[in-house]
Structure formats: structure tokens, C-alpha cells
Design a protein around this ligand. Structure first.
Ligand code: NGQ
Ligand code: ZN
Length: 453
């Protein structure tokens, strides 16, 4: 494990920007931070230094089809017709394919400044729906990919049993996803065993959506596993989903979950897009995290998250790249803020009394929410894992900005990737924009894409 002292002229700490910061790393953790230090004997970081983020929502295999569904096939193309295309691709993927896709994806995540990923994995079985010899075969492939990339994995094995509210039978396209609760518990146990001893990796519990599980299944699994580990679910992404939930239960999805199961800080509600006021309050008062995936939600035509209201109430949230139409913290946070501006026809929508700089506010909240949902502690503070990134000091906006303007310049005015160096547990994984395994990984990924499409 890494022991090293680093020195950053400008560093973004939880309390804000600081100058001449010495970061003492011991066993991969930040042991001590000193501001106004001389930097003597420390390794100098070349540019503005920030914590990395945890990417709180990923379906790795979907990276292979990113950009391939932007062809109008009928005038009513929607989330649901996109899903049909996605199911067709799922059918073709072997475990090796999943590893190849995930390795390339995870390297790209590191290049973007994400050093942990919450992998929402519901692809469990072979194309006929038969379990593999190893129940957690796909989880093993994803773990190998994360190890090869050097990224932390928060594995979320997903329970998926039904095709619609009230326990409807699964459809053909879902055969590879389906487990009973007992099969799921066995899968979860195998996954826990496989991850034990991996320093960077964590495990959580996951229900695909209220469409895919019943109340008694949620209760059963939570009784067995739900003690202070992250619990993720897709909650209210599409209006049709909200309507179907109301037709089935008389309640909206978040309302149902809050009333029938209960929310707390273990929960991550992915795509909490469609919320009424009471649901906003139910989430914010519970300390659950809203898992926002702004570029995927825009790509799939989901709707606009009530961010202004949610954040005024101090709601917790983080970002995920989900279907991976973008691997950019910049694009996620910018899309989130701009969605609010376009709806409200106003500027500077997401900020707080403590933080009027929109970029600083967005980045800091995404850090905290990503941490909570992925069970990691990123941030330049003692005791945290020494994950951080260095932005490109040669860019004029970086070279000339006062520290309080750095995040706004980066998040609202740059198009090229400025993430120049990335460190995981104190060790460099991206140096000058490059990763040691990228060439080999790109080669394998290219060959796979040629075969798939
Ligand atoms: C998924 N993706 O499971 O990959 C979903 C679509 C569904 C997003 N929600 C499928 N973005 O929700 O049934
Ligand atoms: Zn998802």
C-alpha cells in the first residue's frame, strides 16, 4: 500500500479551496493534510487538485451500444423502444464480452475522474436463462475488469423477478436477469465471498425497480441483507411507470416505497425523476440519496428532476453515467444545471447559502452523494481513501483562474477533458491522460464492437 507525500498549490478541501497543501498518504489513506506548507520533500502535483467522484450508477454492458440507438425507427421512439434494442444486444453477450466492455469502460471512467463505480448488475444468466456454473460469473468478470483498470467496484447484484407491478411474469427479453429471492440470496452470498479481501471493492443490495420485485421480496431480502449496506433501486424514471404504479397500488413509486418499506440513508433512488412535493420531502427528510444520471436521462427522454426544490430542502444526490452515453463529470453536472435553467428560464439554479458558486456546489454535493451511495469516502481530508485528480495546468482557464473560479471554469466553459492525472489509494492510475492498459483494452474492445455491430 502506498506511502507518499504529495503537494498541491491549489486543493479543493471539504471546507473549500486551500493553498499549498501537503497530502500525507499512508497505506493508501490520507493520514494528514497541512495547508500553507513548503512542500519540501513531497511529490508536486502539477495543477488544481480535487477529490475524485464515485460514479453511483452503471450498467457496464450498455457502453457497447452507446450512440447506436440514435436512429429513428418509428415516430414514437421512446425509452421503451430503446429498451427493446438493449435487450437484443444483451442476448449476444458472453461473460468474456462483458469483461472486455467493462475493462475499457472502467479505464475511461478513471480518465474522467471517477475512481469508484456502483455497478448495478442484473445480467446474471446465459442467453437461455440458465445459471452459469458460478452463480456470480458476471460479477467475477466485472471484478476482473475493475482490477485490471485499478478502479474500485461497488458491486450491486440485482434482484429482478417480474416484468411489471404486482408480480407479472417476466418476458422473453428478460430471461438472463431473472432470479427468485432465494436464488438471489445465494448469488449475493457468492458475490460477497468473491469480493472479500479486495481493499477497493464493496457490495450492496439492489432491486431492479418496483416493476421487477414484490413487497414481500423486498422485505425478505432486506431482512437477510439490508443492514447498513447501500440499497439501490430504479424508482421513477418514466411517466408510464408512475401511472402503472398508481393503477396498481393507488400510490406513486416514491410514495409507495416510503410508506410500505421506509427510506433511510442506505437507499439510493436512481432516476428519482418524477416526484410530487410530498415525495421530494419524503426523500430529503430520510437522508436517502437521489441517483441522478443527467446525460442518460436526457438521452432516454425521461423528464426533468425537480432539482431546485430538492436541493433547497438539503436533499442528497450524486451522479452516475448509467448507459454511458457520456463519461464526463463535466457533462453530467452541466446537463443537470442546464435542465433546471431550461425549465425555469432562469440562471444559476443549483447552489446553497454556503456556496453561491454553482460549480463548487454541484461538485461537492456529487462527491458526498457518490460517497454515501457507493460506501466510500472520497475527499481531501484525513482518514479518507487517497483518491484525487489533477486538472490540466496548461489550459489557460486553469493557469489564470483564482481558485474560487476553477470549478466554474472547468464545469461551464471547457470541452476538452482536463483530468490530467488520477490517483487511487495514493497510486497514479492515469498519468498525462493515459492508462497503462488502454492500448490492449482498446484493441479488444474494437474487435468486440466489430463483431457485435
Ligand atoms: C436498465 N435503464 O435496467 O438498464 C434500465 C432500463 C428498465 C435505465 N433505467 C430498463 N436507464 O428500466 O426496465
Ligand atoms: Zn439504470
Amino acid at each position: 500500500m502506498t506511502n507518499q507525500d504529495y503537494f498541491a498549490e491549489h486543493a479543493f478541501l471539504p471546507q473549500g479551496w486551500a493553498k499549498n497543501v501537503r497530502i500525507e498518504v499512508r497505506d493508501g489513506l490520507i493520514q494528514r493534510l497541512k495547508t500553507d506548507d513548503s512542500g519540501e520533500g513531497a511529490q508536486r502535483l502539477s495543477g488544481p487538485t480535487l477529490p475524485t467522484l464515485a460514479n453511483l450508477h452503471s450498467h457496464a454492458f450498455q457502453r457497447a451500444m452507446a450512440g447506436m440507438a440514435e436512429v429513428s425507427l418509428n415516430p414514437n421512439d421512446s425509452f421503451w423502444s430503446w429498451r427493446d434494442l438493449m435487450y437484443k444486444m444483451v442476448h449476444k453477450l458472453s461473460p468474456d464480452d462483458v469483461r472486455i466492455i467493462a475493462t475499457q469502460l472502467y479505464i475511461d471512467m478513471l480518465k474522467a475522474g471517477y475512481t469508484q463505480v456502483a455497478e448495478f448488475n442484473y445480467l446474471h444468466h446465459d442467453p437461455k436463462g440458465q445459471a452459469y456454473n458460478q452463480l456470480n460469473e458476471m460479477g467475477l468478470q466485472l471484478t476482473q475488469a475493475a482490477n485490471q483498470a485499478g478502479l474500485g467496484l461497488t458491486l450491486l447484484p440485482v434482484l429482478y423477478s417480474h416484468s411489471g407491478f404486482g408480480g407479472q411474469l417476466p418476458n422473453e427479453g428478460q430471461a438472463r436477469f431473472i432470479n427468485t429471492s432465494d436464488q438471489y440470496l445465494a448469488l449475493h452470498q457468492a458475490s460477497q465471498k468473491a469480493l472479500a479481501g479486495h481493499e477497493l471493492h464493496k457490495i450492496g443490495v439492489c432491486f431492479h425497480s418496483l416493476r421487477a420485485v414484490t413487497k414481500s421480496q423486498i422485505q425478505h431480502v432486506m431482512t437477510e441483507l439490508g443492514q447498513s449496506i447501500p440499497i439501490h433501486i430504479h424508482i421513477a424514471e418514466q411517466q408510464k411507470e408512475v401511472q402503472d404504479c398508481v393503477a396498481w397500488s393507488g400510490q406513486r413509486p416514491v410514495q409507495w416505497l416510503a410508506n410500505e418499506i421506509g427510506l433511510d440513508e442506505n437507499w439510493c433512488l436512481v432516476h428519482a425523476t418524477h416526484l410530487d412535493q410530498a415525495e421530494v420531502s419524503a426523500i430529503t427528510s430520510s437522508s436517502a440519496v437521489a441517483g441522478l444520471c443527467p446525460t442518460t436521462e436526457a438521452n432516454l427522454g425521461d423528464g426533468i428532476f425537480p432539482g431546485v426544490e430538492f436541493m433547497q430542502q438539503g436533499g442528497r444526490w450524486g451522479i452516475g453515467s448509467d448507459s454511458h452515453v457520456s463519461l464526463s463529470i463535466v457533462e453530467e453536472l452541466r446537463t443537470l444545471e442546464y435542465s433546471q435553467r431550461l425549465r425555469d428560464r432562469q440562471r444559476n439554479r443549483l447552489y446553497s447559502e454556503q456556496s453561491h458558486h454553482v460549480g463548487d456546489f454541484l461538485f461537492e454535493q456529487a462527491r458526498l452523494g457518490g460517497n454515501q451511495a457507493s460506501q466510500v469516502s472520497f475527499g481531501l481530508a484525513p482518514g479518507h481513501r487517497a483518491d484525487f485528480m489533477v486538472l490540466d495546468h496548461t489550459h489557460p482557464f486553469m493557469a489564470a483562474s483564482k481558485s474560487e473560479d476553477i470549478l466554474n471554469r472547468w464545469l461551464f466553459a471547457c470541452n476538452e477533458n482536463l483530468v490530467r492525472h488520477v490517483y487511487v489509494a495514493g497510486k497514479p492510475v492515469i498519468s498525462d491522460f493515459n492508462h497503462a492498459a488502454q492500448e490492449q483494452s482498446n484493441k479488444e474492445f474494437t474487435a468486440l464492437l466489430r463483431r457485435l455491430f
